[in-house]
Design a protein around this ligand. Structure first.
Ligand SMILES: CC(=O)N[C@H]1[C@@H](OP(=O)(O)OP(=O)(O)OC[C@H]2O[C@@H](n3ccc(=O)[nH]c3=O)[C@H](O)[C@@H]2O)O[C@H](CO)[C@@H](O)[C@@H]1O
Ligand SMILES: C=C(OP(=O)(O)O)C(=O)O
Length: 430
């Protein structure tokens, strides 16, 4: 599948960033909300503060492909969904395989149409990404899951559910989308469901709040034990998507890597969890004033140790950006990636720009400080893309980031927002 070979960013580094930037709505909150909105059999769902990113465009295409009406009003950052006409259980590979969030459409299909056919599940290439917690949960609720593999190796998953029943479910580790999918499956199931070891991410809580507004009966969000009492129907409602903490983290690091000072509108320091403390240790100063987070860095960057973890631990989606930042820290930084095993292709790309990074399995040692120089580099995944933009902002000369569709999957108006802060960056698409 051609993914990401059509977009490039060109960055000329060396400018300090200054000014005010708007943090977008959260990708990982809006995608499950689009899935949840498909559970309402009448009325129109209105989602506000929707990030205008490629994953949302794909989700709109996918919602239409299965029969829903979906209109993305880009200037208003508002998405209106009418799922009354949902008609097809098939999530076609050409759309579904381009973003991971497509799997969040499954509970709505099971409840509304009694089955879901998944021709491909996408997302970023991050090594092994299993879905067994989702499948096991659906099965415990009474669904059957079968997989057919075609001669060319492509797999199709068929999930069939008559009436889903509540039960005791669990995640082996607190999976973000796994928790969301099981909550959505339980929301319209018969009886009560307990989900043990549920994820604690702020986006999961925002999604619970959205489902509660729709009429779902959910308690225990944020405790690791979520209880859902099934209801007969969910109503279409209006909801404002929370700000994207990963987008906020990247702009914090854009200030940090250029020695600049930024006001981030909508960013919430608490949502950064341990990442905020790590960035402070590196020499970043924060000042939260209501809904605006001020950030600056005017002292030399110190090296850091990072261990990625579920929330409130250090987010894996900020691991790549901090690898770029730590290249400029004075001394060795140590990074241990515990969530995904395929996120270190970035090290080779940063190496092309002069970084000195030793990778050993899921551990990396970043030897700083180095002077980064512009080069042609490839975004292997979304967060690799944002890390390379950061590196480009600090590098001498021009950096070209190829395969940047991945960056556009998750960040809205990257070139425009950074240019307004004084960066020299352009986006090119074939
Ligand atoms: C759309 C969305 O919200 N994406 C986010 C979500 O992805 P996603 O929900 O896919 O990530 P998970 O939390 O499910 O995955 C975490 C780990 O659990 C493993 N696992 C997960 C499910 C499963 O059934 N079996 C299993 O073994 C995965 O392989 C991975 O090693 O959380 C990740 C971790 O915070 C983020 O990087 C992604 O940005
Ligand atoms: C891994 C990510 O997303 P997805 O789960 O949508 O691939 C990400 O946002 O970095």
């Amino acid at each position: 599948m051609s993914m990401g070979h059509d977009v490039r960013y060109r960055v000329r580094g060396g400018r300090r960033l200054h000014g005010t930037v708007f943090i977008q709505g959260a990708k990982n909150a809006v995608l499950p909300m689009i899935g949840a909105s498909l559970m309402a059999s009448k009325g129109r769902t209105v989602l506000r503060n929707v990030p205008i990113i490629e994953d949302v465009r794909r989700a709109v295409e996918l919602a239409r492909a299965i029969g829903a009406k979906a209109e993305l009003h880009e200037a208003e950052r508002t998405l209106v969904i009418d799922a009354s006409s949902l008609s097809s259980p098939v999530l076609p590979a050409e759309i579904a395989a381009r973003f991971r969030g497509s799997f969040l459409f499954v509970p709505a299909l099971l409840h509304r149409l009694g089955e879901a056919v998944i021709e491909g599940v996408g997302g970023c290439n991050l090594g092994s990404r299993n879905l067994d917690f989702h499948y096991n949960g659906f099965k415990r609720m009474g669904a059957t899951v079968t997989e057919q593999v075609a001669d060319n190796g492509d797999g199709t998953i068929h999930i069939k559910a008559g009436d889903l029943r509540g039960g005791t479910l669990y995640c082996d580790t607190p999976s973000h989308t796994g928790t969301e999918n099981l909550i959505m499956a339980a929301a319209l199931a018969q009886g009560t469901t307990l989900i043990k070891n549920a994820a604690l991410e702020p986006e999961v809580l925002d999604n619970i709040a959205f489902l509660q507004a729709m009429g779902a009966r959910i308690s225990g969000g944020g405790t690791g034990f979520v209880t859902v009492e099934g209801v007969d129907e969910l109503t279409a409602v209006e909801h404002t998507v929370m700000p994207d903490r990963i987008d906020a983290g990247v702009f914090v690091m854009a200030a940090a890597i250029t020695g600049g000072e930024l006001s981030l509108v909508g960013a919430n320091l608490e949502h950064l969890g341990v990442a905020a403390d790590k960035l402070e240790q590196m020499g970043v100063e924060f000042h939260q004033q209501g809904a605006v987070l001020q950030v600056r860095r005017d002292r030399p960057l110190r090296p850091i140790n990072v261990i990625t973890d579920e929330y409130p631990g250090f987010a894996t989606d900020l691991q790549s950006p901090i690898m770029a930042l730590s290249c400029l820290a004075d001394g060795p930084s140590y990074i241990y990636e515990r969530i995904f095993d395929g996120r270190f292709k970035l090290a080779d790309e940063l190496g092309k720009m002069g970084a000195d990074i030793e990778v050993d399995g899921n551990r990396a040692k970043v030897n700083g400080a180095v002077r980064l120089t512009g080069a042609e580099v490839e975004a292997h995944d979304l967060r690799c893309g944002s890390a390379l933009v950061l590196a480009g902002l600090a590098a001498e000369g021009e950096t070209t980031i190829t395969s940047a569709y991945y960056l556009d999957r998750g960040h809205a108006h990257t070139a425009e927002r950074l240019s307004q802060l004084g960066a020299d960056i352009v986006r090119e698409a074939d």
